[in-house]
Ligand binder design. Sequence first.
Ligand SMILES: CC(C)(COP(=O)(O)OP(=O)(O)OC[C@H]1O[C@@H](n2cnc3c(N)ncnc32)[C@H](O)[C@@H]1OP(=O)(O)O)[C@@H](O)C(=O)NCCC(=O)NCCS
Length: 172
Amino acid sequence: MRTEEPQDFPEIRKLLIEAFADEIHSDHSEQDLVERLRASQGYVPELALVALIDAELVGYILLTKIEIQGVDAVHEAQAMAPVAVRPKFQNLGIGGRLIEEAHRRAKTLGFQAIVLLGHAQYYPRFGYRQASAYGIRLPFDVPDENAMVKELVPGALHGIAGEVIYPKEFFG
Ligand SMILES: CC(C)(COP(=O)(O)OP(=O)(O)OC[C@H]1O[C@@H](n2cnc3c(N)ncnc32)[C@H](O)[C@@H]1OP(=O)(O)O)[C@@H](O)C(=O)NCCC(=O)NCCS
């Protein structure tokens, strides 16, 4: 695993198209989202990771900055979107390793929490809980169980009830 580099960008695009091709909850435009986020203020280069097997790019994860509008303050956090593994390399633990490494790096950089929209059965194993349990709302019309948050620092989300503010690049 390593930080993405400009020469990876075309291959990352292909990987995202492949990985989300059969995803029913996808709008199949994750490759465009990534390109918009890379050009945004929220991009933190160290939090865009590729997984390689030999020289083949098999996995990708991107965390970018968001804010949570709390009761009396705005809190900086990270959004995980997307994480993807090439279909023929899925279920080998690559997604999990990308997630753990992204968590480690985000914590080292001083971020407190991560927000994501995703599969309700997959993310709890990495410490994600329903955002609603913390009174945190995402500005999307999705079931509660798919809106998830993780504290990188224990207690970081305690008492922060409010709405997640995504940068405009998330909305195309
Ligand atoms: C989700 C994804 C990143 C997981 O990566 P991976 O390398 O296959 O996952 P790992 O090998 O680390 O973990 C495998 C586990 O994840 C589970 N899993 C994989 N995809 C899942 C899904 N869509 N829903 C629920 N669980 C899922 C597997 O069932 C397996 O569970 P087990 O350990 O209990 O057997 C990968 O399947 C993928 O790219 N999917 C298509 C794109 C996508 O949906 N991205 C996530 C957007 S929320």
